[in-house]
Design a protein around this ligand. Structure first.
Ligand SMILES: [Zn+2]
Length: 634
């Protein structure tokens, strides 16, 4: 009898073959079921499939059950179906079906290919994303914090959208979402990743549920908070950002016990991320904590956790993170029980206008200072921390990255970031990286899913060609005849919404050089905005001519594209006004843009995170008039 995952793979295969109009006889199973002499190192994590089809007959064999499902989706893709985007009408079926013979034997380039929840999201968005990632070959889904409450809260309360009333929403609903999500993830054999931040709070009676949080921190809690400037108190930004005195035995024991309890209470969790508070330069300055580095205290706790995991027979992995003040590796403590670990490195301050190099270029990290971490855009500086950490841990390293978290919504066409994703992934091996966790907005396919698609294809095969992926995606998204002119259109938009100039990222550190003469850069950006405005005006009749389109996927794509044109026209005009020093007008145009976005949110919902778009457009456009200087943020 089929397992649950293989039964689902069969269901999907039959459903899609029927919908596309194919008749075929295809057997599904594991390598050993077909006597295939292929092996992977660790079938829990490692994927691979063999597909052999002749005259619509044959088999799909997987290294594990999840890989059988991946093989099904791969066959469907080879037979003309395109996974255009998550959500409604996201699959594109071929106009002229053909089912060529297939002889495929592949294993992915990266072991960890994980989608991480972010943004303002409904539960349907999450279900759609889980469905989508299996189709394009991600092998894990990561729910951050205890239950990702904040992301759902941002959607269901509709705080920013003046045209929407808050919906019924509470913490119990999120608990129920997680049960259903577990089912959907494991039906596909995907890996369920959980938690990350939170170990500094919920084990100490400070849960994510805002209704269950103490209003005031109890004295005993204040007593274990990080000491800053000689004083212990809860971080001014709240519990979520609050570091503790991580060398205190009571703190270490409580956290280590909590991890074991979590594993025991959550058998559905496949991989547990183990991070401290999400903050920088607020770590404990007491004598014990500053004796060595911050990462020494962290590694000491990690060792306590993995000792207990082994004592309790827990064979799953935890994944700690090198992030902000733990970017510096330990100098005193050594990681024990490395078989219980994979490590993540999060270059959260890096630029997205430049890709990773082929191999480490800078081998020495900046000098360690207690609470002296300096943000840097510089790729090589970010990578230097990884290089130093890799000397301490030679196992699997995963890049926890944010390509599709912020900047992609400023770079209207999405192709610039997609190229960075492609180049980064091609260089992963040379940097000792064996995985990517994409911390990203889930509603993220506007105007197309180019970023996610390139990511998925290049994680699977680092040699995948950017242009081929792009062309195939646009064929599926807009129909064969329109792909060529749209390739030119999107590359014009990406070139003109020039991130380096819009974000003023010419300088190396995260400090805008106020004295530099920017007049030339600003003049270039102004000209680029005018070019973009012209392109968005000229494309209108072409878009409208495609409104009469009965393919449901293409139908939605053209409407998204028309709204996209209108939204980014307003944004470009706002940027031009900023450059001209007309800041009031710039803000008016920007607000007009936001209003238009929110008016259209019902239709845009699955592909565009309107809530986050507004925050990003407010906070990350830094170009200013060279004579007047930067405007006050409103
Ligand atoms: Zn301390």
């Amino acid at each position: 009898m089929d397992s649950k995952v293989i039964a689902f793979a069969r269901e999907e295969l039959e459903r899609y073959l029927a919908k596309a109009g194919y008749r075929a006889q295809i057997e599904l199973g594991l390598f050993e079921d077909f006597g295939i002499d292929e092996k992977v190192e660790d079938p829990f994590f490692d994927d691979g499939y063999v597909i052999k089809i002749h005259n619509n007959q044959g088999y799909i064999a997987g290294a594990n059950e999840r890989s059988v499902l991946f093989g099904v989706y791969r066959l469907l893709e080879e037979w003309g179906i395109t996974w255009v985007r998550p959500g409604p009408n996201g699959d594109h079926f071929p106009e002229n079906p053909s089912s060529p013979d297939l002889d495929i034997n592949e294993k992915p380039s990266l072991r960890y290919r994980t989608m991480c929840i972010e943004g303002a999201i409904s539960f349907e968005n999450v279900l759609d994303m889980v469905d989508y990632i299996a189709k394009v070959g991600f092998n894990g889904y990561f729910v951050q914090f205890e239950n990702a409450f904040q992301f759902f809260n941002a959607w269901y309360t509709h705080k920013q959208n003046p045209y929407k009333e808050p919906e019924e929403f509470n913490y119990q609903m999120v608990d129920d979402f997680m049960l259903k999500l577990d089912e959907e993830i494991h039906k596909r054999g995907l890996l369920f990743h959980r938690v990350g931040h939170g170990w500094h709070s919920f084990p100490f009676g400070i849960p994510d549920d805002p209704n269950k949080r103490p209003k005031e921190a109890p004295d005993w809690y204040v007593d274990i908070c990080a000491e800053k400037d000689g004083k212990r108190e809860v971080d001014k930004n709240g519990f979520y950002f609050n570091q503790l005195c991580f060398t205190r035995p009571r703190v270490i024991e409580t956290i280590a016990d909590a991890v074991i309890k979590y594993f025991n209470e959550h058998p559905e969790v496949d991989v547990l991320h183990f991070w401290l508070a999400d903050a920088l330069n607020n770590t404990c300055e007491c004598d014990d904590c500053t004796k060595f580095r911050y990462a020494d205290a962290y590694v000491n706790i990690i060792n306590e956790v993995t000792d207990r995991m082994k004592a309790n027979g827990i064979t799953k992995k935890i994944i700690p993170i090198a992030f902000l003040n733990t970017l510096w590796p330990p100098i005193q403590e050594k990681l024990r029980n490395k078989e219980c670990l994979a490590m993540t490195w999060a270059p959260i301050t890096r630029t997205y206008v430049k890709s990773f190099p082929n191999g480490h270029q800078r081998l020495v990290a900046p000098e360690y200072k207690v609470n002296g971490y300096q943000k840097s855009y510089d790729i090589d500086e970010n990578l230097s921390y990884l290089y130093e950490w890799q000397k301490e841990f030679e196992g699997d390293w995963i890049d926890y990255d944010y390509h599709l978290m912020w900047d992609q919504v400023l770079e209207a066409g999405g192709e610039g970031i997609a190229k960075i994703i492609s180049e980064d992934l091609k260089n992963f091996k040379s940097l000792g990286l064996n995985g990517l966790t994409t911390c990203q907005l889930q509603r993220n396919a506007f105007p197309t899913s180019i970023g996610m698609t390139v990511m998925a294809k290049t994680m699977w095969n680092r040699d995948a060609d950017f242009d081929e992926i792009r062309e195939k995606l646009y064929f599926g998204t807009f129909g064969r005849g329109a792909a060529q002119p749209l390739m030119e259109y999107f590359s014009t938009l990406s070139e003109c919404f020039d991130l380096a100039l819009i974000k003023d990222e010419a300088s190396g550190h995260d400090v805008i050089d106020k004295d530099a003469d920017k007049s030339e850069d600003v003049a270039i950006l102004r000209a680029k905005m005018e070019t973009a405005l012209k392109a968005m005006e000229e494309i209108e009749p072409f878009i409208k001519a495609h409104f009469v389109n009965y393919d449901p996927c293409e139908h939605d794509s053209w409407r998204y594209l028309d709204l996209h044109r209108q939204i980014y026209t307003l944004l470009a005009k706002s940027i031009v006004a900023r450059i001209d020093g007309e800041y009031e007008k710039a803000n008016q145009l920007r607000d007009e843009c936001f209003d238009f976005v929110f008016k259209n949110e019902d239709f845009l919902q699955p592909v565009f995170d309107c809530f986050r778009f507004c925050g990003i457009a407010k906070g990350r456009i830094r170009v200013a008039n060279p004579e007047i200087g930067a405007p006050a943020l409103i």
